[in-house]
Design a protein around this ligand. Sequence first.
Ligand SMILES: Nc1ncnc2c1ncn2[C@@H]1O[C@H](COP(=O)(O)OP(=O)(O)O)[C@@H](O)[C@H]1O
Ligand SMILES: N[C@@H](CC(=O)OP(=O)(O)O)C(=O)O
Length: 243
Amino acid sequence: MIVQKFGGIAMQNEEMRNFCMNHIQDGIKQYKKIAVVVSAIGRLGDPYATDSLINLSEAFASDYVARDLVASCGELIASAVLSAELHQFGVSNTVLHGKQTGILTTGNFGDASIDSIDTSIILKSFEQVDCVIIPGFQGMDKSGHVMTLGRGGSDLTAVALADSLNASHVEFFKDVPGVLTGDPDFVSDYDKYDFLSFDEFLNLLNGENTIIQKRAAVLAKEKAIPLYVRGIASTETGTWIAT
Ligand SMILES: Nc1ncnc2c1ncn2[C@@H]1O[C@H](COP(=O)(O)OP(=O)(O)O)[C@@H](O)[C@H]1O
Ligand SMILES: N[C@@H](CC(=O)OP(=O)(O)O)C(=O)O
């Protein structure tokens, strides 16, 4: 079993989601069971992107509980869209959300930590289907309030689930072919790394625009979970990050 994570860019339109579905189908052929973690569709300006949802009302600025609730909806919408499209594509799957995911959070709204994951419902679902879709970026505190895991937090969901499910690795699908020597949005000349140690990778995550959420990378290092960063639109090899 592996975890595959599809971010807002990978999910942003039908054409891109077609790539996602092919990767899921290939993943099932190779690894049998796939836990799929998805982020909200697109970026600011797209109707159900995280920034669009939290900008729906100025009142969210002083209501962190409601803000987290609205923010979490983007990943729920993305999960439902991918689930329906995967069914149409011929891949049986189920979406687990809210309490079903067993992700218990603590700390601050907007930047919560994962306290524990009860994987029993996820594992039960894998007896019925090979693909379980889980909305990233969120969990619930012990009172049942939805909490989000900080920006880029679907990466943390993916790594924490991989740890709890004993997945062999996590695959991240990007609009870049892997981890590059520079951010292609700012430099024109760059190469792709084939392999990075966790420490080498963490050293790259110091800017604003990080390829993977730093908290997720720190957790992967702590738990020694290999990460594989690869291009969404190609089958060329990406970048492995491991010890
Ligand atoms: N060293 C790097 N290598 C590759 N991409 C990088 C790097 N640094 C920054 N990035 C940026 O990270 C982006 C991918 O991250 P992001 O868009 O947040 O993905 P996701 O939506 O999957 O979480 C790339 O489009 C690229 O602009
Ligand atoms: N949608 C959330 C969580 C996330 O991880 O998104 P993405 O995978 O698209 O970076 C955010 O924008 O922060």
